[in-house]
Design a protein around this ligand. Structure first.
Ligand code: AVI
Length: 315
């Protein structure tokens, strides 16, 4: 055993950190951003003037909710992937005609419980069936839900945090989970002027930097890590060839830090890759969806064409 506390560490997190920091190009997975502190920083990001995706997607949902849910009636369950606080769903629920049920899927039981309690107050007649699961791993809907009509909802451009190959696999897994006749409504951030993209990931208040650095703070808290947070800087660049924002943490000096019982060295300027956020042209995303077996149907965008919401049908 490398460390006396190792057995108390969250197993997947420790293994992923050890693996990611041992690579020649160091990396940490963006899925670990979202502990309580990271989720609250992300909430703050969504309210920043420069972070346009949340506002643009909200505007689309507000303008087109009835159309988006068109045909989803009393036998339909709305299933949300990675629901978090469910705020965007409320826009749909407000305008959707009496759905049979709402099934939010999230890895965080506490967030689901909070959302369930809020929705119960706001929509007393709605059945809420929370599912604690990691939808990016293999999953199946409970039979009670899968039996009826299902509309999936995957907002926030979370799909952009997967590589196109991973996105394709995930879209195919969602299609299988929703079953024949399933429909998916998915939010996807659009390609645009790189200056606009860069501003969204390099906010002057430093909230995105704090969100990025929280990954090291989380390693310190949960894996007995010894990172000096002042020793790393936030970096977000746009790789136009890949069509993605890349976030990194860059070492300001030569240093060593412990994580999960092992010491890691960092050269001055050495980067830890922490997140990809892929941006798609409308047709690029439709092609990705097609490759995953979906038939792309309607697409809605906001007035400034910053963000898109796609409707996909399963044959
Ligand atoms: C959750 N996800 C879609 C966000 C994004 O824009 O890729 C996460 C984020 N990273 C930095 N700012 C926001």
């Amino acid at each position: 055993m490398e460390n006396a506390f190792a057995s108390t560490w969250p197993e997947g997190f420790a293994a992923d950190v050890l693996d990611g920091l041992s690579r020649p190009s160091k990396r940490l997975s963006c899925r670990y951003f979202y502990d309580a502190e990271g989720s609250s920083l992300f909430d703050e990001i969504t309210r920043l003037p420069d972070y346009y995706p949340t506002r643009a997607e909200t505007a689309i949902l507000e303008a087109h909710a009835a159309e988006i849910l068109d045909g989803a009636g009393e036998e339909t369950t709305l299933v949300e992937f990675g629901s978090g606080s469910c705020r965007k769903t409320e826009i749909l629920l407000e305008r959707g005609d009496g759905l049979a049920a709402y099934a939010p899927i999230d890895i965080c039981a506490a967030a689901l419980e909070e959302a369930r309690a809020r929705l119960a107050r706001r929509f007393p007649d709605l059945r809420v069936l929370p599912i604690v699961a990691d939808f990016s791993a293999s999953f199946a809907l409970p039979r009670e839900i899968a039996r009826g009509r299902v509309v999936g909802f995957f907002p926030g451009s979370t799909i952009g945090n997967f590589t196109p190959a991973e996105a394709s696999l995930l879209l195919a897994a969602i299609r299988r989970a929703l079953g024949p006749g399933g429909r998916l409504v998915i939010g996807v951030d659009l390609k645009k002027d790189p200056a606009r993209l860069l501003a969204a990931y390099n906010d002057p208040r430093g909230v995105t930097a704090a969100f990025n650095l929280n990954l090291l703070a989380r390693i310190n808290r949960e894996l007995g890590g010894g990172f000096d947070l002042d020793g790393f800087g936030h970096q977000a660049i746009y790789d136009a060839a890949e069509g993605r924002i890349e976030m990194r943490l860059v070492s300001r000096r030569w240093q060593q830090a412990e994580a999960a019982g092992r010491a890691f060295g960092f050269r001055r300027g050495e980067a830890i890759h922490t997140e990809n956020s892929y941006k798609y042209a409308v047709d690029e995303f439709r092609a990705t969806a097609r490759a995953a077996g979906w038939s792309p149907r309607r697409v809605w965008t906001d007035e400034a064409a910053l963000f898109s919401v796609h409707e996909l049908l399963s044959a």
